[in-house]
Design a protein around this ligand. Sequence first.
Ligand SMILES: Cc1ncc(COP(=O)(O)O)c(C=O)c1O
Length: 398
Amino acid sequence: MTEKCYTIASSFNSKSQFMELSIPSKLPTVGNSIFTEMSQLATEYSAVNLGQGFPDFSMDAALIDLVSKAMRDDCNQYAPMSGLPLLREKLAEKVNQIYNANIHPDSDITITPGGTYAIYTALTTILRPGDEVIVFEPAYDSYIPTIEVNGAIPVLISLSYPNYFIPWEEVHQKITSKTSMIIINTPHNPTGAVLTETDIMQLRKLVEATNIVILSDEVYEHLIYDGLAHLSMLRYPDLLARSFVCFSFGKTYHCTGWKLGYCISSPTLMKAFRKLHQFNAFSCDTPKQVALANYLPNQSAYLNLGSILQQKRDYFRTLMQATPFQCIPSHGSYFECYSYAQFSTETDTELAIRLTKEYGITTIPLSAFYKNGIDNKVLRFCFAKKESTLALAKCFLF
Ligand SMILES: Cc1ncc(COP(=O)(O)O)c(C=O)c1O
């Protein structure tokens, strides 16, 4: 359901008369997200929910214990605006080591309430009405509404189907004097595509003589497979100087409900980012920051993540081989996409609904990740689940 304006019955005067207020919506075309709708349907039909992007396995109990300890140790008051100093120090040590970067904990890192908040703040820091932002589709659902709520214009470019590569020639053609930002997401939700060195070279060539700022959404940095390296913007000082790089503790430590993340940028951009952050969230959950700071030196927790999730991807892929779905290989993220063009002419939304109702499996139709609903007959499956959940899904399917 979409709404062009909200009508509110407002208390008008002391005699309790009411006046109808008519407030135009800032996001007139936005309704309930497909994630909400499909999850409701999954509950209604008791379906295995491979739609929503979160693990159904437990996070590390040691990290939970560290949160309890921090609370008992009286770490329960506001943390500093940019984040707990110890956490920022540990993060700087980590990224400097794994990305060969030179990040300073005081000036370059801000802890945020989740990756999406970091993305929202980064876009809002830069965008002014009329600015253009290059967005690759299919795209994570927060990008376009955040651009639009700032009065800026999303310039949509479809990743080439079925490999979901960035069509750099088209990007070149669509850059104008109004292009203010480019959004990169690697590993990519929903397709699992990852950036290559060639992509980095193309990106560098396109932005080097411009004022374009890069928003790099890297929340799946450790969920990368097949021996590939994650090409973070943090590895490239020239690109980092013009980037906001957004991360999520939720994705790395299987605790998406914690809604904690961070943004890394150059000192100049980070200063501007913090101007907004200090009047919005201001600061984040203190005991969890204390716990994460103490847990972060445990490198195996993030270095082994790729192989653990790759095993799940491969297990799920093997199960799917017994079905008529055709795999579009994922190299990262929680997701793998599958085409059904060879066995059905239904729209992807129709098939996703039918799979939930008749087969007890919930997926997300890829058209939901395109503003104009492009439908290549592809569904997204989340494989970040227990093997028993994945096996159950397969039993239901065929
Ligand atoms: C591409 C992408 N970016 C950002 C996020 C949000 O991360 P967080 O839950 O930390 O806000 C998600 C979560 O699904 C995502 O898929």
